[in-house]
Design a protein around this ligand. Structure first.
Ligand code: DGJ
Length: 732
């Protein structure tokens, strides 16, 4: 049993294969946190909850003279503001009389043999026997507000999810000024915090620093999860590394504003609270209404970041992503964008597709520019009908030409946006988010559609469905090229405007759900100006996300490295583009570009018509290689072999098949050196006593030699030379 309840002691224990989480109802009814870490055999850990009488830390009224008991110092499962706990809280409740606060006391609980779900929100899911749920019901002492804490326990995967629902069972409205999803308490103050920051074209740069007294917040208030900070953080031992050390991960399954706040308190205890950012958030609960706070996926390991990432890769692959494409080989893609941007016509696209087909590409993607009057980025968004000046055969006719070549056909859409220069805007100017009496902020010449509104979503579903049907579309790239501002929805009364940012995200999810259920065979790719909405929420709907608009192979080393801490390589859209690179001007060999792009959902994005015969041959070979290594890359275990932020000599990563009989070690040698040093890269995940050949060589090497001694890297290479080593188990 993954969830165990000791009725006498009122202790809940959640076990996974290698971890234990324990919580207890105190003598006054508060839900205290006892432990989350390495597995401990069934036991009572309540001895860890200690208290002494401390100045300026008061006690709940019911505790009377029991001054050792203070919510200001206890570890808690779901701390609420206004109860004498002055640390970061999860819940900020405002009552009808203007008072603020909630003292949450245990009422009842339920344990059942399936994973809870959160209607309208993405969340991990499980088949029979794969997960258990613990629901704990708390109630505010002085009102009829109930909070249900949800725990999903994936025993085999070493994952525990959390979410909560706040419900107003009273007769008068209340307001949630903050309703975060979960809290994790660790009884120590000597931890590092790792997060992933960035900007457009430079997403998810890893950053590590001490969690410290006071609060460190990683967050987004941009309306999306954002390029700038990713909704994923790690707390870890100061000495933790790839292969050792305790680490706790928290991944937020949500695509809008978020906060992950870590606070080290005066007693050197660390509290991490994760949920929707309270800025711009005020949610009204009328009598009988409830609010669901999105899910947080926690995992713990004492075996370092490599294992932590592996836990996320596995659970996302198995229990988050739903697309059939997680098990079907995805076609090698050719996207027109970096080759032509808006400047194309049907014949040019056809000739590009033909060239791609001749090289072995399997899916042609017509990116931005095919609809409305879309000849530049200030026009056309919202007008989801084909531009006949560009595609003279119409969408159906053009798609048929692509299909007739034996290629699959994909398109780009950006449903959530509108240009003022569009027919849609002329007929529905009020569909754009804007605040009455103010001029809206404009980004890339576009405004944001009010996705809170049903009629907007219906229009998008209907008009885009026509397109998907007419073009017999096989692949869709769902882009989103700006952040939200001027958030005011005509569909909401004044006292509910604080819900608009969240209702926007719910609206997007509702629309995505409608599309993926109506068109389950389409391969969907998320995108937001590259990787501006790369989060677990999107992966629930779409199995891959365009990782970054930065396609420079060397820059991608850092971007893909940071992304890999939480998200599986199969989820990272990754393309070979032209050299010198559009964004950086850097020259890299086709080989290096191929090796780097193959650490993800692979494709090409350049004008393949102008390649030399030699390059064309190399591309043909790359596509063969990709097919050969596909299962390793998409279904193998991924290892980061170097720290790209530290190692300036070379970057390396590796895929190992589940049976450990095959492996692909990829390396980019970053700097040419005179009088070069002998570098080796140490493989991981092999069988110690198994012998492996390298790239089909006669000679074989023992797994232990390749892992503890290493693989020799070539000398005398140019800057940024990509090399890879295919290891195959031979006779022992
Ligand atoms: C941003 C995307 O990230 C690009 O790949 C491309 O689709 C452009 N938008 C098109 O406008």
């Amino acid at each position: 049993m993954a969830v165990v309840f000791d009725g006498q002691k009122k202790i809940f224990t959640l076990h996974t294969k290698n971890t234990t989480w324990q919580t207890k109802v105190s003598e006054y009814g508060h839900l205290l946190h006892l432990y989350y870490g390495r597995r401990i055999k069934d036991t009572d850990l309540s001895y860890m909850a200690r208290g002494i009488n401390r100045g300026f830390s008061g006690c709940p009224y019911a505790a009377g003279e029991h001054r050792e008991y203070s919510l200001d110092t206890c570890l808690q499962e779901y701390p609420a503001a206004g109860t004498g706990d002055y640390r970061v809280s999860c819940l900020h409740l405002e009552h009808e009389n203007g008072s603020q606060g909630a003292e949450l006391l245990y009422q009842c609980h339920r344990i059942y043999d399936k994973k809870y779900s959160l209607p309208g929100l993405p969340a991990l899911w499980a088949g029979k026997g794969e997960a258990q749920t613990l629901e704990i019901n708390l109630k505010d002492i002085a009102s009829q507000v109930w909070v249900t804490l949800y725990y999903g326990v994936f025993e085999e995967m070493d994952v525990i999810t959390r979410a909560c629902v706040v419900e107003n069972r009273g007769q008068v409205p209340v307001f949630l000024n903050k309703a975060l999803s979960a809290c994790l308490e660790l009884p120590r103050g000597d931890l590092d915090m790792i997060s992933f920051h960035g900007r457009h074209t430079m997403e998810r740069m890893m950053e590590r620093g001490s969690a410290r007294h006071g609060r460190v917040s990683v967050d987004s208030v941009r309306g999306t999860s954002s390029h700038h900070r990713n909704p994923f953080v790690i707390l870890c031992d100061r000495q933790a590394g790839e292969e050792h050390g305790q680490c706790w991960g928290a991944s937020f399954v949500y695509s809008g504003n978020f906060t992950a706040q870590a606070e080290v308190d005066p007693l050197d205890q660390t509290r991490l609270c994760v949920g929707i950012h309270p800025e711009g958030f005020r949610y009204k609960l009328e009598a009988g209404e409830s609010f669901a706070a999105p899910e947080v996926v926690f995992t713990f390991t004492h075996q370092g970041f490599g294992k932590l990432s592996d836990n996320y890769h596995r659970i996302f692959h198995k229990h988050l992503i739903r697309s059939p494409y997680k098990n079907i080989r995805r076609p090698v893609l050719l996207n027109h964008w970096e080759a032509m941007e808006f400047n194309f016509n049907e014949e040019e696209l056809v000739s590009l597709a033909e060239s791609g087909k001749a090289l072995g590409m399997e899916l042609f993607v017509m990116d931005d520019g095919w609809f409305g009057q879309r000849d530049r980025d200030t026009r056309g968004l919202g007008d989801w009908r084909v531009n006949r000046d560009k595609l003279s055969s119409g969408l159906g006719g053009f798609a048929a030409r692509i299909h007739d070549m034996g290629l699959k056909f994909g398109i780009w859409i950006e449903p959530e946006m509108i240009n003022e220069d569009s027919d849609l805007y002329k007929s529905h100017p009020d569909w754009a988010l804007r605040i009455p009496g103010r001029q809206p902020n404009v980004e890339r010449g576009q405004l944001v559609l009010d996705m809170c509104r049903r009629e907007v979503r219906d229009y998008l579903f209907d008009s885009l469905s026509e397109i998907l049907k007419e073009g017999q579309v096989d692949y869709v790239k769902w882009d989103m090229n700006r952040n939200l501002s001027d958030v005011w929805s005509k569909s909401l009364p004044p006292d509910r405007q604080g819900e608009a940012l969240h209702r926007y995200v719910l609206g997007v999810y509702e629309l995505m759900e409608r599309f993926v259920s109506a068109y389950p065979d389409i391969l969907w790719e998320g995108c937001s100006g590259g990787g501006g909405r790369f989060d677990a929420g999107i992966l629930y709907y779409m199995p891959q996300i365009w990782c970054s608009d930065n396609t420079d192979a060397v820059e991608r080393l850092r971007i893909q490295y940071g992304t890999s801490f939480c998200y599986p390589p199969s989820s990272m859209g990754s393309h070979v583009s032209v050299s010198p690179n559009h964004q950086t001007g850097r020259r890299t060999s086709l080989k290096t570009r191929g090796i780097v792009a193959m650490a993800g959902a692979f494709g090409y994005e350049l004008d393949v018509r102008v390649m030399t015969e030699e390059e064309r041959e190399e591309v043909r070979q790359q596509i063969q290689d990709y097919k050969k290594y596909y299962d390793l890359i998409h279904h193998g275990t991924y290892y980061r072999l170097t720290d790209v932020e530290e190692n300036r000599d070379f970057a390396a990563w590796q895929f190992v098949s589940p049976d450990r009989k095959e492996s692909l070690v990829s390396v980019v040698l970053l700097h040419a050196r005179s009088n070069p040093l002998f570098w080796r890269v140490r493989a991981r995940g092999l069988e110690e006593e198994q012998r492996y050949s390298i790239d089909g060589s006669e000679e074989t090497y023992e797994g232990s030699a390749l892992m503890y001694g290493g693989i020799n890297l070539p000398v005398g290479c140019e800057d940024n030379s990509g090399v890879w080593f295919y290891l195959k188990a031979g006779p022992r």
